[in-house]
Design a protein around this ligand. Structure first.
Ligand SMILES: Cc1ncc(C[n+]2csc(CCOP(=O)(O)OP(=O)(O)O)c2C)c(N)n1
Ligand SMILES: [Mg+2]
Length: 368
């Protein structure tokens, strides 16, 4: 890959937030980093089944985006989503136990690494299908509009996913229906082993929504301050101007695509060059320079993250596997358990679109 693709820091450094806020951002990036490292170790020890995709190197995109959101906003991501659960406040114990396939996991061990889901914290998953989360995000946006809330959905996906048919379809409807969704393309330079310039005719990914009517912004995804500032503006546009926005975050994953990646498509030197802009080191150094923290505070914050991850592994180890007879629990939806779209009817009085169809489904109306 060419040197000129390395990210350039923003010309004017962004201002720091309040010290307590800055410390929390750093602590959360450390938590994600240490969690991911340990998850990788546990995978190597065969404690984790299925696939495992780590977001090491991408922490600023996760924390910068999530901290620009309100609690009631929706977040939806991909199979690289442990950090998205953690940043929304899901306990590391439950995320680790989910990786281990245990009963104490976030989805009772049913989802595994790729299918985290925490409705209470409005983290809407965890999807294994590349580009599969975009139309779902548009659905959340439509629901927010329909219900008249001010909630915004943030949808993260990769550079590779921007080539999927779902990308164009979703951009079109999101713009046509003015949906309050921020689409964040996490450009980590590769879709598996294929570099962005080999998989996308247009490599300036922020412009890929423009012909559909979705404006694009861009941030330095290695810089949490820049990511947060740009995402704050994107969320404002979605919430106040009622329109979708596409934000390209320039980042890099320091590890392979998944644990099964021999990384033959890039050189060690390239990875090292990007590691010089490690998002955690960049932010921690800035905080030390500004005397917000001391070097020993940094160590303490890191140690705290490591202790949280130790507890998560202990919890996961101690949690039982689901009972074999529970295999089919939560798989089939039976009869009237189906709530689906017509639950909208039950939230407010009066006649709604779809009411007739519901009656038809019940057999109380025979059709028109
Ligand atoms: C529809 C579909 N096609 C292919 C795959 C296999 N696959 C899994 S991840 C991936 C690469 C996606 O790259 P990108 O969107 O850049 O996200 P990243 O993994 O870099 O975060 C592919 C091709 C899949 N999961 N779903
Ligand atoms: Mg990618």
């Amino acid at each position: 890959m060419a040197d000129d693709l390395a990210p350039v820091p923003p010309a004017t450094p962004r201002p720091l937030p309040e010290p307590d806020v800055a410390r929390e951002w750093l602590a959360t990036m450390f938590l994600i980093r240490r969690f991911e490292e340990r998850a990788g170790e546990m995978y190597a020890k065969a404690k984790v089944g299925g696939f495992l995709h780590l977001a090491i190197g991408e922490e600023a995109t996760i924390v910068g985006a999530a901290r620009a959101m309100r609690d009631q906003d929706f977040l939806i991501s991909t199979y690289r989503s442990h950090g998205h659960a953690l940043v929304r406040g899901t306990e590391p114990e439950r995320v680790m136990a989910e990786l281990f396939g245990r009963e104490g996991g976030l989805c009772r061990g049913r989802g595994g690494s790729m299918h985290m889901f925490d409705l209470e914290r409005r983290f809407m998953g965890g999807y294994g299908i590349v580009g599969g989360n975009l139309p779902i995000a548009a659905g959340f946006g439509l629901a927010s509009d329909y219900l008249g809330t001010g909630d915004v959905t943030v949808c993260t996906f990769g550079d590779g996913a921007s080539n999927q048919g779902t990308f164009g379809e979703t951009m079109n409807l999101a713009a046509l229906w003015s949906l309050p969704v921020v689409f964040m393309v996490t450009n980590n330079r590769f879709g598996m082993g294929t570099a962005v310039e080999r998989h996308s005719a247009v490599t300036d990914l922020k412009v890929k929504g423009e012909s559909f009517g979705v404006p694009g912004l861009e941030c330095d995804g290695m810089d949490i301050l820049d990511t947060h500032a740009v995402m704050t503006e994107a969320l404002r546009m979605a919430r106040e101007d009622r329109r979708p926005v596409l934000v390209e975050a320039e980042t890099y994953r320091f590890r392979g695509h998944s644990m099964a990646d021999p990384e033959e498509y890039r050189t060690k030197e390239e990875v090292l060059r990007w590691r010089e802009r490690d998002p955690i080191d960049l932010f921690a150094s800035r905080l030390v320079e500004a005397s917000v923290i001391t070097p020993s505070d940094r160590e303490a914050i890191d140690a705290h993250a490591q202790a949280a991850v130790d507890r998560a592994v202990e919890f996961a180890e101690a949690s039982p596997f689901p009972a074999p007879e529970s295999l089919y629990d939560d798989v089939y939806v039976l009869g009237r358990q189906v709530q689906g779209w017509y639950s909208v009817d039950e939230r407010s009085p009066g006649v709604h679109r779809g009411e007739d169809e519901r009656a038809m489904a019940d057999g109380t109306v025979t059709g028109h």
